[in-house]
Design a protein around this ligand. Structure first.
Ligand SMILES: [Zn+2]
Length: 159
């Protein structure tokens, strides 16, 4: 007879998602005051008749100092407008970066689980998925508590 699984061994499903799904908004350091500012898409990405993709226009706004920066649509992908990401979790092994709180919580829930299963849909992202791109050290059980603590510290910077 097989032993029943302990609650922490039960597999939780973490649907695969691509990083770009978390790029609106992107939280950055405000270049004017250093507070948490937000970059949003103001015009969606588009493809011209030569199938050249142009990345959509973006606008940064800071609710603390009211700074506003604009970035026109461009052939070059600059999702955070060249500004440093706000949600960075440094650890002894390296750092994890997150575009926004949804992205951070998504990765945190995955790393917090002892049993990690990523469910894929037929047309879903596979190699481009956020989890498949996490560094190996972040997924190691020994680093788990340190990594989660660093992520929680990063979360507090979103205010
Ligand atoms: Zn500001």
């Amino acid at each position: 007879m097989s032993r029943p699984a302990r609650p922490d061994e039960r597999a939780h499903a973490h649907p695969a998602r691509a990083a770009w799904e978390f790029q609106d908004p992107i939280l950055v350091d405000c270049p004017a005051c250093g507070a948490c500012a937000s970059v949003r898409v103001t015009e969606p990405a588009a493809e011209d008749r030569f199938h050249r993709v142009s990345f959509g226009a973006r606008r940064m706004t800071c609710s603390k100092c009211s700074a506003v920066r604009e970035q026109p649509a461009s052939q070059i992908s600059k999702p955070s407008m060249g500004l440093p990401l706000r949600l960075v979790a440094p650890t002894r092994h390296g750092e994890l970066k997150f575009y926004n709180l949804e992205h951070l919580d998504y990765v945190r829930a995955y790393l917090a689980d002892r049993v990690r299963t990523e469910t894929f849909t037929e047309d879903g992202p596979r190699n481009a998925s956020v989890f498949s791109r996490l560094p190996a050290w972040a997924k190691r059980a020994q680093a788990r508590d340190e990594v989660l603590a660093a992520i929680d510290k990063a979360r507090a910077k979103a205010a």
